[in-house]
Design a protein. Structure first.
Length: 248
């Protein structure tokens, strides 16, 4: 190999090294240029869009929760009336004839009713014959002394002392409680089994008027009525029927 060829070879090697260095520099710069983040304007735009979506979502949820509360406020009296009628119906359908050792008279007025029955289940008392009374009273623990429909339960009927009745509050916000008694011919405003031969009425008509809150400031009074048939009733004789209707 001549001297000129040696110089040419060394020159070509130096040119190749410089070319590789330039390529390596370009390869290092390309990834650095691709690592680009979000600008401040893009971040502000994204935050503004998130705030708008959150505002719409809050408005929708707030409207839904308000509608739910209003619906529950309207349906609460209806559920209370249905529960009161269900309990009252069980008591009346199991009412015992007003005679015997553990049974007493069936006494009813236009706004109160007491009789003896054998319910399927009674809260805080054993299953058996009990005396029940439905009456309206004011509850001082509630706001504005709301009128409540009370169910008094008397157990241990053979006790020498008058037992303290168990109280069950069936419904609040009662504006009227009206009861009528059917003797087989006419509806009566009162019933006293001791004056009609110790028998039960054929049917009992119960009307409840309750306040329903339409809004936070408006209320409406709705009437709920139910007629209960008494299975243990007996037909009235002609003399007792005339005496009962004449007394009314």
């Amino acid at each position: 190999m001549t001297t000129s060829q040696k110089y040419q070879k060394v020159f070509n090697q130096q040119i190749g090294v410089q070319t590789e260095q330039r390529i390596c520099k370009k390869k290092v710069r390309i990834p650095y240029v691709c690592k680009k983040g979000f600008t401040l304007l893009e971040m502000l735009a994204a935050m503004a869009m998130i705030a708008i979506v959150a505002g719409f979502l809050y408005t929708s949820l707030n409207t839904g929760f308000k509608a739910k509360k209003q619906t529950e406020r309207i349906l609460a009296p209806m559920k209370a009336a249905a529960l009161a009628f269900s309990i009252m119906g069980c008591d009346l359908q199991s009412a015992l004839p007003p005679r015997g050792i553990l049974a007493g008279p069936f006494l009813g007025q236009s706004d109160t009713m007491s009789f003896f029955t054998r319910p399927v289940n009674t809260q805080d008392s054993a299953v058996g014959i009990v005396g029940v009374e439905y009456v309206l009273t004011s509850d001082e623990e509630k706001e504005n002394n709301q009128v409540v429909l009370l169910r008094n339960i008397r157990v241990n009927l053979l006790s020498l002392e008058e037992p303290e009745p168990f109280e069950e509050r069936l419904a609040y916000g009662i504006s009227a409680f009206e009861i009528k008694y059917f003797d087989g011919t006419v509806w009566l405003d009162a019933w006293d089994s001791t004056t009609v031969g110790d028998i039960l009425p054929v049917a009992v008509d119960v009307c409840l008027e309750m306040k329903i809150a339409i809004s936070e400031t408006e209320e409406e009074i709705h009437s709920f009525r139910r007629v209960f048939l008494l299975p243990c009733k007996e037909p009235l004789t002609g003399k007792i029927l005339s005496d009962a209707t004449g007394a009314q």
